[in-house]
Design a protein around this ligand. Sequence first.
Ligand code: CO
Length: 617
Amino acid sequence: MIRKIGITDTTFRDAHQSLMSTRMKTEDILAIASKVDDIGFHSAEVWGGATFDSAIRFLNEDPWERLEKIKDLMPKTPLQMLLRGQSLVGYRAYSDDVVDQFISSAASTGIDIFRVFDALNDEFNLTRAAEAVKKSGKHLQMTLVYSVSDDDGLNGNIYNLDYYLEKAKSFQKMSADSLCIKDMAGLLSPYDAYELVSHLKSNVDIPIQLHSHCTSGMAPITYLKAIEAGVDVIDTAISPLSMGTSQPALESIVASLRNSEYEFSVNDKLFNEFSDYIESILPKYEKYFSNQISSRVDAGVLSHQIPGGMISNLVSQLSEMNELDKLPKVLKEIPNVRKLLGYPALVTPISQMVAAQSVNNVVFGKDKLINSQVKDYVYGLYGRPPAPVDSKYISIALKDYPQGNNPISSRPADLLSAELDQAAEEIKDLSSDVKDILIHTLFPNISRKFLDIKFGHIQVESEDSDNTEKKIDANDSVAVEPNKNNLNSDEIPTRSDQIRSFNVFVEDQYFKVDVDPINKNFKSIEKIEQSNSGKLKNKAVKSNRAKENTLIAPMAGTFLRYEVEVGQEIKSGDSVLVIESMKMENSIPALTDSVVSELPFKPGDAISKGDILIKWE
Ligand code: CO
């Protein structure tokens, strides 16, 4: 008897996220969408956290409009999104009213299948989103985030068969319509997959889907064993955006099962047109294919278990800090941090948190600078880890924690009061509907700039628009110095409506510079991307270096807020300001006792390592 297997196409979400920094533009998706609709996919994954973020941050595109337009062109194929439980498409837990509104808006805009996951597989972080999906009448797919705690795979101490079967049963009780095994680092081996899928099939009675990545090279073989074990749906990407850190190739998987008892419900005659088209648009995204290792097998992941995307983030973070030579030490520190935190799976937002903390431990010394998210995590605001947090580390991390040093044991979102009304009030001058308000709620540091662009208040070319691109020879002196440190706040020119953005390339580094053509002032400089080719030079943006009576930025990032005022007395060790770096908030402590005399930055400003953050008397 022939058994039909469904295929979810990930080309418009995970594939370009994994291989080209999530930069695929809406126009390039729309040009082929109606053809893809004819293929007969079980579903098309088109939306998720990184695609939402990247649309706003880099592409100046409204992610809601993208979804609406794809829906128009793909009426036959269920559209699917990846949702981070209570964190939605953001990096922290949001209040329940935000979760309800986001899911309701996503459902009415075009999402048919919600793949809901939590990095800790914690029901606390999943229940509200699951209820909201059921209320919307859409398909609820609950996710088993697959991780390993040691070299034994599915026979490990923490992540083993019992663990997953218990989670699966609990998720089914939450009215899941299907279950997905989400193997984000490609660590699920073929026989473990066989074991896991067959036990899931006999313990739960909803369809099982498998999502893996080719990072370690095992995924195509793993898919075959999962199919033999009874998996119902698998995730693939069209060949030009497959393999490496992406999914197995659609064409190869379908061809592999020729003359077997399995059959895919897709029309393979239409594959060529899809792949030719994707092949044709790739050259314009070439600079985002910067990480060589993402396009081939990374056997290292089998031993260190660190996903490729995380390593490329680390490279870019360390090079911004002028500390790239510390990469091997940081890679060694990651398992230590993970163990202290109770072996969380390395997936967003935990992977960024663990990476950022490992960098801090290596660069500033062990436990010298613990980022706010790690403190929140230890306090329990991210939910319950698979193993307990190290008890000594709890007292270290929560030493000066404002809420005390006793971690909570309740559902984290129960501590949050409703957020949507306040966000609506904050952005009422710039929002036309609840979707704009959601953008502001989820990305408050970049929402104003994005909405200003969306409503035409400022014109900014997108980052790779040809007519603004300026190639600068590495030997040219590049006068892209932010003037803000030298100006009193009333001397800073106001943003004119003729502001233009330029892309500036300096060797491997790439900056976005906003320029006001009237005053010829450089308004801001944002370092967008660095390639990971290993020949990075850290010399592009000059900044004011250390002077006496100043606090110097220890890292590059985005300035978020001061926690002190001019005239205030501060003591050494007091937290005085917060910098966002690698999407993590870092509270920077004062190094001496002093009285604050000047606070030159404002929220949202880009800062470089070495910038003067505070002056004192
Ligand atoms: Co994935």
